[in-house]
Design a protein around this ligand. Structure first.
Ligand code: SF4
Length: 190
């Protein structure tokens, strides 16, 4: 049966009046859908994809993400999400998501599984080698031909991501500058 907008509002008003007289809600209709997020743990976070920084609500059950949606109380997006943010659930729950370190050695055609410790140590070692090889303490200015202290390396570049919050970005850029990295950029600015 088609219900007009006016009939719908009248029905709502009658139900509200009934509730006010009764003092308790009536039995839920068998047709009323159960909220699929009812009883789940709720947390809030920020979309990691771009600089808009939309707010998200994440529902978890037994430590597993079962739903992600826009946060209506967030001042930036007020509940809305673009298609990328709307599909964020698939980042957390995706059988194609890599969860282990996979390494392919130079000139090899095979991927090997490695530990996170192995990866961190290797990254640190390669960063140090590159910095040591390319670090310049001083440089002669092309215009005035004078030598200036620069303390920098152009052999490394840092690229941040929108998944980092303000404090993490601050620490990340401090770390880059302490390393002498001059090429600092952020994914959300590109
Ligand atoms: S990618 Fe979309 S949902 Fe995510 S912060 Fe940017 S605009 Fe918002």
């Amino acid at each position: 049966m088609a219900v007009s907008r006016r009939q719908f509002l009248q029905g709502g008003a009658l139900a509200a009046a009934g509730l006010a007289l009764n003092g308790k809600p009536g039995e839920a209709s068998v047709d009323a859908p159960q909220m699929r997020t009812k009883g789940l743990k709720v947390s809030t976070t920020i979309c990691p994809f771009c600089a808009v920084g939309c707010g998200l609500i994440v529902h978890t059950k037994n430590g597993k993400i079962v739903n992600i949606e826009g946060d209506p109380d967030h001042p930036i997006n007020q509940g809305s999400l673009c298609p990328k943010g709307g599909a964020l659930f698939q980042v957390a729950n995706n059988e194609r998501r890599l969860q282990k370190v996979m390494y392919r050695a130079p000139r090899s055609d095979k991927w090997e599984e490695k530990s996170w410790d192995w990866a961190l140590e290797r990254i640190a070692k390669r960063m140090k080698e590159t910095r040591d090889k390319t670090f310049k303490a001083t440089e002669v200015n092309k215009k005035d031909k004078k030598e200036y202290v620069v303390n920098r390396t152009e052999g490394l570049a840092f690229l941040g991501g929108a998944g980092l919050d303000n404090e993490e970005c601050y620490l990340w850029s401090k770390f880059g500058r302490a390393m002498g990295v001059a090429n600092l950029e952020h994914q959300a600015r590109l």
